[in-house]
Design a protein. Structure first.
Length: 321
């Protein structure tokens, strides 16, 4: 969307200094202005970082003087845009992120959401039904459809590859619910049969997992392009978030341990593109079953074909403001 909007508009693209976003922006050649940082897992740290980021953003936005703000429900973007009288369009597929929704949704003029999420999930946060626009897609579909160069990732080709994605352990809506360690522990027992790669989200998470499991499996050091990694993946195990959806829509056999129950994960389970398994003791038999079956590539392709480009809805929405 940044690339498409940049063709006819002057764009200022901002982000917190957040490991995965910063590294992915380099991979994707997105010019980011880094303002503020991620606040970590504690309430006080999150609040302090948010206040500091708003302060720093204010100066940047005053200088840039935009006509419109577009965000993925950023509380800081919402507050600055509201305070400066700038129209704000937001995207969200995460009504379960209650803290962020309460801080952002009441301040936006229009909210764009996937069609499988009822509008009522967002109305409760302080926006009227007429200001919510649904699009027939899920966000991972945009990533999967995007034409990108697949980069080579070196792995032992005599074994099948399992990729595990730990949950968003520092998000306000996940704290205290970590399940991935138990699952990684179980899967590490079959490291002689599979390449087992763990793609951590945060540096502290990465360090902790290396200390705990590093000799048995591979904790990936670098941020990688998701499509490149998934292109060599025979089985993906995720928390039910964006990368789980991305794997499923690429036809990769996918298990969700459903760390944060959400509408996107439920939809993918209903379509048969994802198997949900929350019990670590049942993971190994399911891995054996799913790695021996033919994948869901044809079904994934058919589901993907039904999805529209949310950018078209965004352009139409911009014209209404």
């Amino acid at each position: 969307m940044v690339s498409k909007l940049s063709k006819n508009h002057k764009i200022l693209c901002t982000s917190r200094n957040y490991r995965e976003v910063v590294e992915l922006s380099k991979i994707k050649n997105v010019n980011l202005r880094l303002i503020g940082k991620h606040g970590g897992s504690e309430r006080e740290g999150k609040l302090h970082s948010s206040i500091q980021r708003m302060n720093d953003l204010l100066g940047e936005i005053t200088r840039f003087s935009p006509d419109l703000t577009i965000s993925f429900c950023s509380p800081e973007a919402a507050r600055i845009a509201f305070g400066m009288g700038i129209k704000h369009i937001a995207f969200s597929d995460s009504p379960h992120a209650e803290a962020v929704m309460r801080l952002a949704v009441p301040f936006v003029q229009k909210l764009l959401i996937p069609w499988i999420i009822p509008k009522s999930e967002f109305i409760k946060y302080g926006i009227t039904e007429k200001d919510i626009i649904q699009y027939k897609s899920i966000d991972a579909a945009v990533i999967v459809k995007e034409k990108t160069k697949i980069k080579k990732i070196n792995i032992e080709k005599t074994k099948k590859t399992i990729v595990i994605r730990p949950e968003e352990s520092e998000a306000a809506y996940v704290q205290g619910k970590t399940r991935s360690d138990e699952i990684i522990e179980k899967v590490s027992k079959v490291s002689n049969l599979y390449n087992i790669l763990v793609l951590a989200r945060y540096t502290p998470q990465q360090k902790r997992l290396k200390e705990k499991f590093g000799k048995k499996i591979t904790i990936m050091d670098k941020v990688v392009d998701g499509k490149s990694l998934l292109s060599i993946t025979d089985l993906f195990i995720g928390s039910g978030g964006t990368m789980t959806a991305e794997a499923a829509l690429m036809g990769v056999p996918t298990i969700s341990y459903d760390a944060v129950p959400n509408h996107i994960e439920k939809y993918l389970v209903r379509t048969g593109l994802v198997k949900r398994e929350t019990e670590p003791n049942r993971i190994l038999p399911l891995i054996k079953e799913m790695t021996e079956k033919i994948g869901n590539k044809k079904k994934a392709k058919n589901v993907l074909a039904t999805m529209e480009d949310p950018y078209i809805k965004l352009v139409k929405t911009i014209k209404t403001l």
